[in-house]
Design a protein around this ligand. Structure first.
Ligand SMILES: [Zn+2]
Length: 340
């Protein structure tokens, strides 16, 4: 929601920019996505609102703070995935817990398929977006944050062996179109090989889902404002020039369509749909269970750890010792026990 905490004087040019920002934010919200600052930046560049320069990125960041502080842009429009506090799970009561179970209930949707698939992406900023599809198919989403580590590659190889036995092993990769982004595809394939896993793709390497040169031609996303000057990237510059493209520049709907279409290429769709149907049958059963629990009136008895007397757990006198996870009858035996 929009809420004002400060006042700023803004030029008409900035107010116009904010209007465009709100348009982008709303169109994303309609599709159920939140933007990161990076994605918003690319949206404004591709609409010709701001030039594609690093300094503009910083300016946009500042503008967005002011626009939200002055109540012109929705506070929920932008997400900062890196600064989120942790709170452990809790519920109101048992029916509430069953509701949670129903909402999370999921069978292993690709378990009976002849293929084991993982989706890998080098950018953490995209994980919330990509999860829409990896969640749909119940496949693992691996965020590498650049080149992967030895521990992560070792574990990945173990995973492919454990879940991929007797199945085709497929890895779908999303990353930037720049020297290291493209090299990561080779790196992942080579390192899986070192750990004894060969992917069942045509060339044994991860499938490069995006962002590809063909997608750059098709969608014309803005290039990364930073030019490539690294002399080690000579091979890249020869082929693509000094321009590079971040995978964030592709629309979320495009990214998810790429994943969905590719996964459907590899799986038996009828089997998949049946599995999802089964899930929903099970959810209806859980819904019934909730009513049963409500009507259930059973005596839950516990045994006193000291005198072994059977007592009602929910009796006012009965004591639960949370430090030791023990029950006491609440009679005098408890005092004796403590005195010892
Ligand atoms: Zn007792």
């Amino acid at each position: 929601m929009k809420q004002k905490y400060e006042s700023y004087n803004m030029t008409q040019r900035l107010l116009d920019q904010i209007k465009v920002i709100n348009g982008v934010v709303e169109s994303y919200a309609k599709q159920g996505y939140k933007l990161t600052l990076r994605q918003l930046y690319y949206q404004l560049v591709s609409r010709g609102i701001i030039p594609n320069k690093d300094t503009e990125y910083k300016k946009l960041s500042d503008l967005l703070v002011k626009a939200r502080m002055s109540g012109l842009v929705d506070w929920d429009a932008i997400e900062d995935r890196t600064r989120v506090p942790k709170l452990d799970y809790s519920v109101d009561d048992i029916p509430d817990a069953i509701d949670d179970t129903i909402s999370q209930y999921k069978l292993e949707r690709l378990q009976d398929q002849k293929v084991y698939i993982e989706v890998w992406c080098e950018k953490d900023a995209l994980s919330n977006i990509l999860r829409r599809m990896t969640n749909k198919f119940h496949v693992r989403l691996m965020i590498n944050k650049g080149y992967s580590s030895a521990s992560a590659m070792y574990r990945a190889a173990q995973r492919f062996r454990r879940h991929g036995t007797g199945k085709k092993k497929i890895l779908l990769y999303l990353g930037d179109h720049d020297p290291s982004g493209l090299d990561m595809i080779r790196d992942i394939g080579d390192r899986l090989n070192t750990f004894g896993v060969r992917l069942d793709t045509p060339d044994g390497y991860p499938i490069h889902l995006g962002i590809t040169r063909e997608q750059v031609e098709e969608y014309e996303p803005p290039e990364n404002p930073a030019k490539i000057t690294d002399p080690r990237a000579e091979w890249y510059i020869e082929e693509h020039g000094e321009s590079s493209w971040e995978v964030d520049a592709l629309e979320p709907s495009v990214l998810n369509e790429l994943i969905e279409n590719e996964i459907f290429e590899w799986i038996d769709e009828d089997r998949f749909r049946n599995k999802v149907k089964q899930e929903n049958v099970d959810k209806l059963k859980l819904e019934n269970l909730k009513d049963l629990i409500d009507d259930l009136d059973v005596n839950i008895e516990v045994s006193c750890v000291n005198c072994s007397e059977q007592v009602q757990a929910d009796d006012d006198d009965t004591i639960y010792d949370m430090d030791d996870d023990k029950w006491f009858c609440g009679n005098e035996c408890h005092d004796e026990y403590n005195a010892e």
